[in-house]
Design a protein around this ligand. Structure first.
Ligand SMILES: NC(=O)c1ccc[n+]([C@@H]2O[C@H](COP(=O)([O-])OP(=O)(O)OC[C@H]3O[C@@H](n4cnc5c(N)ncnc54)[C@H](O)[C@@H]3O)[C@@H](O)[C@H]2O)c1
Length: 431
């Protein structure tokens, strides 16, 4: 089987985890823990190869991809001792010569990010960006199959630019960030991918076992047990384990994803997208959300007071508080806490999404991959019950067409507007 060639936009902490994680599984072929699928339609993890990246940070641009992944401000844990490139080691998943090219900044860097020390923020090296045409040429030259969008939250213009690039270069797209999340945007975007015979997974990845998965499972299971969930509040914050930096006692811990979202205007779409997960479980069961408090606080980044340091740390904590009513009016209250390494947690879903795109294209399925999007993303085109999303993913992994994928076969000339979409306004109920 030929390799699935992947390009990365935004060579940050999630990219680091994904690439290092794949090398880790190549080094430890007996270890399957953390992989939802060992095999997707015949493709194993070791069939993925990264061929190029795009970024704006002067510590990454014009560097070898392996070097850029370990550059600051990336702070995801190290999964392997050293990142190899093909030619140096047969456990590598990076093509020989894979380089990070200069991307246009557009709205990638929020103004407040310039206020943090370089060690924890983005530093644009003012390299002239590759032109649109040259970028498309690069993707074609490197035979990229799938482009992964890992830009910072709030990069609306930049994400649209990369959608245009993907369509012009005719590559599949995994949109890991909360952009293009309203139904109107999703339908329009899907039609463009259908017209080019391409697949897309999106938008806004959810981690393998993160706050969104936990909220979805709890909300869905409570509703399926006949309960009425009147309040489900999920609060997320940058806090917790500093992974070996415990000697710095006066600092605040956060990764760039949280620092970027320290300002409310930057995280609007993240807020909407996180709440789509909660509301989605009611919508798919035809359960009203009227009068219910279904709130997901996207990212609480407590700012560092003068006198302390920022400690780059990838740990995140989510707290859950749920109130529900059940049999004959009985009240239930539930609290939970989840502490996780943020970036590796996302690697566990993207490693599947990439392979789903490749397999779907070989089966002739075009447009949004509904099952994989519902499983791996917070705002998919259709929200599904957990078990239905898993069913669709299992079927695609076995190359089986389902009533959901059948209308999306190229030969059936799908129209995006006729395919199922869960209505998502793109607006927030609370802010
Ligand atoms: N578990 C998770 O970590 C998780 C879950 C869901 C969604 N996400 C989303 O995935 C995205 C990536 O997360 P991350 O932790 O890797 O972020 P990050 O901040 O570590 O990386 C972002 C990268 O994008 C680069 N960049 C900024 N502007 C750019 C531009 N215009 N063009 C090209 N590159 C640019 C930065 O230099 C940096 O390398 C974020 O939007 C995040 O919210 C992450």
């Amino acid at each position: 089987m030929s390799k699935i060639k992947v390009g990365i936009v935004g060579v940050g902490s999630c990219a680091k985890s994904l690439v290092e994680g794949i090398q880790y599984y190549n080094e430890n072929p007996e270890d399957k823990i953390g992989l939802m699928y060992e095999d997707i339609g015949g493709y194993k993890v070791h069939d993925i190869e990264f061929v190029l990246g795009f970024d704006i940070d002067k510590r990454k641009v014009n560097k070898k991809l392996a070097e850029a992944l370990r550059a600051k401000p990336n702070c995801a844990m190290d999964h392997v001792d050293q990142i190899y490139t093909n030619g140096e080691s047969n456990v590598s998943c990076i093509a020989d010569g894979a380089t990070v090219y200069s991307a246009p900044e557009l709205d990638g860097i929020a103004p407040h990010m310039h206020e943090y020390p370089d060690e924890v923020t983005f530093v644009n090296g003012a390299q002239p960006a590759e032109s649109f045409d040259r970028t498309v040429e690069l993707l074609k030259y490197h035979n990229v199959d799938v482009l992964v969008n890992y830009l910072p939250v709030g990069s609306e213009e930049a994400s649209k630019y990369w959608v245009d690039v993907a369509l012009a270069a005719e590559v599949h797209f995994v949109n890991c960030i909360p952009t293009l999340i309203s139904t109107e945007d999703a339908v329009h975007t899907e039609q463009r991918f259908i017209d080019k015979g391409l697949s897309i997974v999106g938008s806004d990845m959810r981690s393998a076992w993160g706050a969104s998965r936990m909220s979805e499972v709890l909300q869905g299971a409570m509703l399926d047990s006949g309960l009425m969930v009147t309040q489900h509040i999920q609060m997320n914050m940058a806090a917790g384990s500093t992974q070996g930096q415990e000697h710095i006692r006066t600092g605040r811990t956060a990764n760039t994803d949280f620092l970027n979202m320290a300002k409310e205007y930057r995280l609007k779409n993240k807020h909407v997208s996180k709440e789509n997960v909660l509301k989605g479980q009611n919508i798919v069961r035809d359960e009203s959300t009227a009068g219910m408090t279904l709130y997901a606080g996207p990212s609480l980044t407590v700012l560092q007071k003068p006198g302390g340091d920022y400690i780059p740390s990838d740990n995140k904590i989510a707290n859950f508080d749920i109130v529900a009513y059940g049999f004959a009016g009985a009240r239930y209250e539930m609290s939970a806490r989840l502490s996780v390494q943020d970036s590796p947690n996302s690697g566990g879903v993207v490693v599947s999404a990439i392979r789903f795109c490749k397999v779907a294209s070989e089966m002739g399925i075009v447009g949004f991959l509904r099952g994989p999007s519902a499983w791996t993303q917070k705002t998919p085109p259709v929200q599904l019950k957990t078990q239905d999303a898993k069913f669709e993913c299992d079927a695609l992994a076995r190359r089986v067409i389902t009533p959901m994928t059948e209308p999306q076969l190229k030969e059936n000339r799908p129209k995006a507007k006729d395919l199922p979409h869960t209505f998502q306004s793109g607006e927030n109920d609370y802010v």
